[in-house]
Design a protein around this ligand. Structure first.
Ligand SMILES: *[C@@H]1O[C@H](CO)[C@@H](O)[C@H](O)[C@H]1NC(C)=O
Ligand SMILES: *[C@@H]1O[C@H](CO)[C@@H](O)[C@H](O)[C@H]1NC(C)=O
Ligand SMILES: *[C@@H]1O[C@H](CO)[C@@H](O)[C@H](O)[C@H]1NC(C)=O
Ligand SMILES: *[C@@H]1O[C@H](CO)[C@@H](O)[C@H](O)[C@H]1NC(C)=O
Ligand SMILES: *[C@@H]1O[C@H](CO)[C@@H](O)[C@H](O)[C@H]1NC(C)=O
Ligand SMILES: *[C@@H]1O[C@H](CO)[C@@H](O)[C@H](O)[C@H]1NC(C)=O
Ligand SMILES: *[C@@H]1O[C@H](CO)[C@@H](O)[C@H](O)[C@H]1NC(C)=O
Length: 444
């Protein structure tokens, strides 16, 4: 039995090695489908906002507890990734024959992982758990493998097929942790141009997945799209990728593209905005942006540019994160934003964080006036449409209008996915630029 299995694995590895050298699948364009995690589950707006707020707060609590007593040092970056809130799931398959996986698209972390049989500690998921025994191309990676060396936390597991294999532990900002075997297998992407199979990608076969992960929110795992070597874009060696998030309350699928056509924006309806991507040696996973200021209505928040800037010691900074839902601001900046909205909106305040106003029932049906919200980056302006920062909901018979922005509790600013709805966002990794343009995401 073992001998046959060993032979099969060796043959599969050989086939994989050959496939890599005779096709350039890893350099070609890949299109995968994105769906919103809660699509079709009929959550009310109030449930959605509650959930986003709760998860963002879990992350904030972690930030503060990690920073000790001094609020100034709360600028430290939590774990490796950010809290996972309202998620967009990317669909692909792992193994031969392919087993379907739906994983949270997360630009705030690197590792790609999926729950894995025999699954001693897994949360319930809709899809069957990935089973390496059912894949002819699955192989655990040896401890010496380059991918294993990339992990911050790994150890050498049991001797298997003559080699000691790589055991990983990967934690997220909200204390969620996944532990399992670092494996390699063939990934299949299902796109417009048919199937693209890429052999030998390293991923976490997650046996112990604990924390805020849940089937409804996380899918069967997380697809790291960060800047580190283990992320999907890095392993596919693409020069760029893009995603387009449909309405947070909608259910239409949209694409994520890896290795894009150059004429992507030829038919764009609005002006394409471009700003630099900044890298930090202290936190090589994150996509930092140079946010300079925030404008509410006609008032520019009296926050210095340094409130958003990455510091020499790696603290602070502004990142764009697909795995966090509502944008999070440093507490002082959140306070300024709160006060400027309160001074410009002539309605009673019903909640301070997120900031909500009571809307009289006589005016319901007609949309309440709300000040414009704009984020100014170096070279680009994100002029947010109303639905990208206003959230209307009923609570106990009261109509509320809420602003979907909260405090990070620390020094970082995190641009969340709520603020990225109906935008096509392109990460030009080769050129170190980030571009975005308004789009009908279900038609990209
Ligand atoms: C997930 O969604 C199902 C179906 O809508 C629901 O019954 C279940 O309570 C949800 N689970 C969590 C953890 O939210
Ligand atoms: C980083 O530097 C800032 C000031 O530039 C300081 O307030 C902060 O405490 C420092 N953080 C760490 C973790 O050293
Ligand atoms: C996979 O196969 C191995 C070796 O035959 C066996 O020990 C293990 O229990 C199997 N795992 C599952 C999840 O079936
Ligand atoms: C064992 O590890 C060595 C060194 O990384 C590698 O060359 C070899 O292919 C591995 N053997 C198997 C069966 O995976
Ligand atoms: C994306 O990268 C590919 C090469 O990998 C390049 O041909 C294409 O022009 C790039 N697209 C954009 C929009 O930068
Ligand atoms: C990045 O964007 C800037 C501003 O649009 C542009 O001038 C520059 O050519 C871009 N860099 C690359 C490498 O595409
Ligand atoms: C998103 O929702 C807003 C308001 O609910 C609506 O006006 C807009 O047309 C929707 N956009 C898309 C692309 O569905």
């Amino acid at each position: 039995m073992m001998k046959m299995r060993q032979l099969a694995v060796l043959l599969a590895l050989l086939a994989a090695a050959l496939a890599v050298s005779c096709s350039d699948a890893a350099g070609g364009a890949i299109r995968a489908q994105l769906t919103r995690a809660d699509a079709g589950r009929g959550l009310t707006r109030r449930q959605l906002l509650r959930r986003m707020a709760r998860r963002s707060k879990a992350r904030a609590a972690r930030l503060l507890s990690a920073s000790g007593s001094s609020p100034a040092s709360a600028t430290a970056v939590p774990g490796k990734g950010q809290a996972i809130d309202t998620e967009y799931l990317v669909s692909f398959a792992v193994g031969t024959p392919p087993q379907p996986v739906q994983a949270t698209l997360d630009t705030g972390s690197d590792l790609v992982w999926t729950q894995c049989q025999p699954c001693p500690s897994c949360y319930a998921q809709d899809l069957p758990y990935y089973d390496p025994n059912l894949s002819a191309t699955s192989a655990p990676l040896p401890c010496e493998a380059a991918a294993c060396q990339q992990l911050d936390l790994s150890s050498c597991g049991a001797r298997k097929w003559g080699n000691r294999t790589c055991v990983y532990t990967y934690s997220y900002g909200d204390r969620s942790v996944t532990t399992g075997s670092l494996d390699a297998d063939t990934f299949t992407f299902d796109g417009d141009a048919g199937h693209a199979a890429v052999p030998g990608l390293a991923f976490g076969c997650g046996y112990f997945n604990n924390g805020l992960f849940s089937s409804n929110a996380t899918g069967s795992g997380i697809a790291g799209f960060g800047r580190g070597a283990l992320s999907l874009p890095s392993q596919l060696r693409v020069d760029n990728f893009s995603y387009c998030f449909t309405n947070v309350t909608g259910s239409a699928p949209s694409p994520v593209l890896l290795g894009l056509p150059a004429n992507l924006y030829d038919s764009a309806s609005g002006a394409v905005q471009t700003t630099r991507l900044i890298q930090s040696p202290a936190n090589p996973t994150f996509y930092y942006l140079s946010l300079k200021s925030i404008t509410v209505g006609s008032a520019r928040l009296p926050a210095p540019e340094s409130a958003f800037a990455l510091r020499g010691n790696g603290s602070g900074g502004t990142i764009i994160d697909s795995g966090t839902s509502v944008t999070l601001l440093p507490p002082l900046v959140y306070g300024l934003l709160h006060d400027v909205f309160v001074s410009q909106v002539d309605l009673p305040v019903t909640n301070d964080e997120p900031l909500c106003f009571a809307v009289s029932s006589s005016s319901s049906g007609k949309k309440q006036q709300v000040p414009k919200l704009e984020l100014q980056f170096d070279g680009a302006t994100l002029d947010l449409p109303r639905e990208n920062y206003v959230f209307e909901m009923e609570d106990g018979g009261q109509s509320n209008m809420c602003i979907a922005i909260m405090s990070s509790g620390g020094g970082m600013t995190i641009i969340g996915n709520y603020q990225q709805q109906n935008l096509h966002v392109l990460y030009d990794l080769a050129g170190n630029n980030l571009s975005f343009v308004p789009a009908h995401c279900d038609r990209v």
